[in-house]
Every structure is written in C-alpha cells, then in structure tokens.
Design a protein around this ligand. Structure first.
Ligand code: XMP
Length: 538
C-alpha cells in the first residue's frame, strides 16, 4: 500500500524531528531529509504521485551565515509548501522577498496577530482582542526576519517586533510562519500543522500502527524470502518490538539471541524468556554469560574501561552465537540476515551527521559494523518509526504494556550503576533495592493526573555506592552499604530535571529497602539535574 507523504527538509534546527512527530501524530506518513538534497532527488521522491506537501524546517543558523536554500523543485512541483522560521526566511529570499539580519534574537513566548484570513489560520486562535483580532500564543526563536514580502504573497501574521511573522501565497499554496508550530509551547501548533497536512495538502490520515502490522509483515516476508534471521534481544523496547514483528512475519525462520551479562534488573532474563520463548513461542537462545562478564570486570573501577569491556564482550559473545547459527549444518541452512531494532531518529541522526546538519545526540545501542563482520544482510523493520510508534506497534503486536512503556535501560546495565568495581554481591543487593523502588513508583498514583509516578518519570533507578555507613537496627549497630535513588523527567535525555517525588513515596521506598535488603542501611535521593550532572552516575 502506498501512503500519501509529506517531505520535511531539515535545515538543522534542534526541533526538526518534532515536526515529523506532530505530522505522524496526525496519522500522515512523512520523512525528514537534509535540505541539501538536489532538485532531481525531490522530483524523484515525488514521482510516485504521493508527495502531497513539503515543510521547510528551522535552522540554528542565519540566512547570512549559511547559504542553505531549498532545492528549486520544491517551488515548482505545484504542491503546498510550509516554511517554518528559517524555512520562512529562505522561502522569502528565494521567491523575491527580503530578509534582514538582526543583532537581537527574539526568543520565547510571543503573541501573534493572525491576518489576511488565510486558509491556514482560519478559525484558529487562542483569544480575540477587544478590536476583534485573532491572536495566537506561540514560541519564537529567531534573529533574522523577513522585511519585504515576495511578489504574490500577503501578510498572514505579525507581532510588534516582527511585522512579518507569517506570509502566504494562497494561489500557489505556499505558507510560512516565523514561529515554531511544532513545539508544544505554541498552543495551536498542532491545529496549524493538522490544517496544513490534512486540509491544505489533502493527505489521507492512513498511517496507523494497527494497520501497519500487515504491511510490515508483508515487507519482511518479501525481503527475507525463505532465509533465516538472527536478532540480538536485549529486553529493551526496540529489540523486543522488532523481534515480535519479525516473528509475526516469519515465525521459525527467526532465532533470537539473548545475552545475559549478569547486569540485568531483577528477574529480567526470566521475563524476557517467558515472553518470547513462552508466550510468543519464538526460538530464543539464552546465553548465560554472567561469569564471563563479572570475571573480566573484576578489579576494574574506571567507568570508561568498564563500558569498553562490557561492549567488547557483548560483541564477542554475540558473534560466537551468531557464528553457530550462520554456519549451515544438517538441520539448518544458516542465517543470512541480522535484524536490528534501529528506529527513525537513529536514521535521521546518522543521515544528518553526514550532511553536518543535525547535532548528533548520542550514539545508539546498535553495534555498528556487526552485519559486515558477520557477512550478514541487515534487516531493520522499525527504521521508519518514531519511538511512540514503536510502542504503539508493540502493544498492537500483543506485547505487555509494561514492557513496551518501560524506562530506557543502558546497554552496560547495572555495570554503570554500581560505582567503581562491579561485584556479584553488589549487583544482587542493587537488583533487590531497585525492584522495590520501581514497584513503589508503579503503584503510587499521583492524584491530579491519575498516572503512576513510574509513568510521570522518564527514567528511574537505584545506584549502588560502595561505601559503608553506620546505622542502628533494633539494639545493634550496623555498618552497611548506601544506595542512591535517581528519578528524572526529560523529553530528550539531553537535559533532565530531578523528579519532585512525594516525600511519602521516598519514605516508603527507603523504609522498605532498609528493612528488606539486608546489607543496605542508608538510602539517599539524588537531587541533581542534567546538566551539570548526567542521568547515570557513570
Ligand atoms: P546520561 O547518563 O549520559 O544518560 O545522562 C542519558 C541516557 O543515555 C542512557 N545511557 C546509555 N545507554 N549505553 C546505552 O545504551 C550506554 O553506555 C549508556 N550510557 C547512558 C542513560 O540510561 C540515559 O537514558
């Protein structure tokens, strides 16, 4: 099935991905590509007749610092175009208007007056002034501004400091706004983007995860044929959903390899096995490598060195298992494919890095170069999907809600949550303390939102501090270990606030850990935000 699609050209703004997410939330398929694609590329992209509109993103740069322009084809295809911030400025400049630099940046909240009764803003307003002007509450971030409309354009929005804050050429269906509709601070942003993609571009909202399963299954079958696939299952959301989807498509042709490095959360290994081998009846090879990992980690306390050791061993163990599965024998033809849970933000980030547009956020979990080393073809069935969509797909595939909506867990696992040298005893204590913390977060409901504190935090965990402190229990003195609780709220994990958990919850967690986990006699709460602290302690 062919979907209508929207093309987003990325000029390097930090929030370009949000444009794509908002459009996907309207159930319209869209793709993000660097702004320096050629006109021929754009025409080719439109050649199937399903390209219904183009969005030009913002940029962190000024039109005077960089000469990034949209390829001419953007304005020649006869389809609607929406310019946002820098996207508006480049549209103005390319179509014969004027843009002027400014020494001052306008940054933050603004109230914009809608003008010109355009199709884009018709009946969309946050409030009306006594004079009857429709007003929008928006988020602005720009230095340069358009000072002269290009021929054919009319004024669509203005503020006192930015007289041309929006412009439109309704005959050609070109629209542009100086503010950012993709961020939630722009109250009507969602309505504006919905209006653009659904009504002005006339797309059909057919990008629905429930329906996507059939399509994805078909595509996997076509790609793989009767060949075999191996997949490294980590218990994380992406690899779990990829496994469930591929299993739905090709059943027994998939073998999952689950490397248990002994640094997983309490009962995690068993839960993964129960779900995939037990409920889904997938072929899963569980490699119990705890001794190997803990052996190599003995005596090592430097965080970076620990990470390197865990990463290297993980690859070694996985490769050894994969080698068994890829060699053909009496009962098997040998796997030809390696499946990975790469998701769309990883694809955009590595694409952006090539054209130096987006700032790379963090290297993702998938092991680069592994398919080549193993001589395998790469299967990435989630590479078109955002995290929210992967989760929706997981639920639609029958994975438990708790598994799919889990907080992220780092690849090195408890290895970076036990400060300094990693020991099995420490890991055992930490697992039990952490399980209590997570259990209490899940069961404590915040009354205003009706959500659990687990759902209200982005990531929460316990950290083991290998220091002993004095305590008193019953009549006796104790001299035991300390743990720190960490809970943060963040939208992108680049910055994070420590969560203001209720004292009553902290009190319960602390008392349960000290009473139930012999060996820990002190619990602290980490009240550091990122930056300057990081989320993990190592
Ligand atoms: P920091 O500690 O840098 O963490 O604020 C940001 C996010 O990244 C996760 N994280 C990792 N994930 N391998 C991973 O797969 C790693 O080595 C790693 N280190 C940090 C961390 O859990 C948080 O979500």
């Amino acid at each position: 099935m062919q979907h209508d699609k929207i093309l987003i050209l990325d000029f390097g703004s930090q929030v370009t991905q949000l444009i794509a997410r908002r459009i996907r939330e309207a159930h319209v398929y869209c793709e993000v590509h660097p702004c320096d694609v050629s006109s021929d590329w754009v025409r080719e992209f439109a050649a199937d007749g399903h390209l219904k509109g183009i969005v030009l993103s913002g940029s962190h740069a000024s039109v005077y610092e960089v000469d990034d322009k949209a390829p001419d084809a953007v304005y020649e295809l006869g389809i609607p175009v929406l310019g946002i911030c820098y996207g508006m400025q480049t549209m103005a400049q390319q179509l014969g208007g004027k843009v002027e630099g400014s020494h001052t940046r306008e940054f933050g909240y603004a109230e914009v007056r809608a003008r010109g009764h355009t199709a884009l803003l018709k009946d969309i307003a946050d409030f009306t002034t006594p004079e009857g002007h429709g007003m929008l509450k928006v988020w602005m971030s720009h230095g340069d501004k358009v000072t002269e409309l290009p021929p054919g354009f009319k004024l669509m929005a203005s503020t006192d400091s930015c007289p041309i804050a929006g412009m439109a050429d309704e005959a050609r269906r070109f629209y542009a706004v100086q503010f950012h509709p993709e961020v939630t601070h722009t109250v009507q942003g969602r309505a504006l983007l919905d209006r653009f993609v659904l009504e002005i571009c006339g797309t059909s909202p057919d990008w629905v995860m429930r329906d996507h399963i059939a399509e994805a299954v078909e595509k996997i079958r076509e790609q793989v044929g009767d060949e075999e696939v191996i997949l490294g299952l980590s218990g994380g959301v992406d690899s779990s959903v990829a496994a469930a989807l591929i299993h739905r498509a090709i059943g027994e042709q998939l073998t999952c390899v689950f490397v248990d490095h002994g640094l997983l959360r309490l009962n995690e290994g068993d839960m993964v096995m129960e779900m995939f081998a037990g409920k889904l009846h997938a072929k899963v090879v569980r490699v119990d490598a705890a001794e190997l990992f803990l052996g190599e980690l003995a005596g090592v306390s430097d965080p970076e060195q620990k990470r390197k050791i865990i990463g290297r061993l993980f690859v070694d163990v996985f490769k050894a298992e994969a080698a068994k599965l890829t060699s053909s024998g009496a009962s098997t033809k040998g796997a030809k494919w390696l499946a990975q849970g790469t998701i769309y933000p990883d694809v955009i980030e590595s694409g952006g890095a090539k054209s130096k547009k987006a700032v790379t956020i963090k290297s993702h979990h998938n092991v680069g170069g592994l398919p080549e080393q193993l001589g395998l073809k790469l299967l990435e069935p989630l590479r078109d999907l955002f995290k929210d969509e992967v989760r929706e797909l997981g639920v639609a595939l029958g994975l438990p809600h708790d598994m799919v909506y889990r907080h992220p867990f780092p690849g090195p696992g408890l290895g970076v949550r036990i400060l300094g040298e990693v020991k099995k005893d420490y890991a055992d204590l930490l697992r039990r303390a952490d399980a209590i913390f997570i259990e209490e977060l899940r069961s404590t409901i915040e009354p205003h939102s009706g959500k659990s504190w687990y759902d209200l935090t982005s990531q929460a965990f316990t950290v083991f501090l290998p220091v002993k402190s004095v305590g008193v229990m019953g009549d006796g003195r104790t001299y035991d270990y300390v743990v720190a609780l960490r809970a943060v709220q963040t939208s992108d994990f680049m910055t994070a606030d420590w969560a203001e958990l209720p004292y009553s919850l902290l009190k319960r967690v602390s008392s349960r850990i000290i009473n139930e986990v012999r060996g820990i006699n002190r619990v602290t709460y980490d009240v550091s935000s990122k930056p300057p602290a990081t989320i993990e302690w190592e």
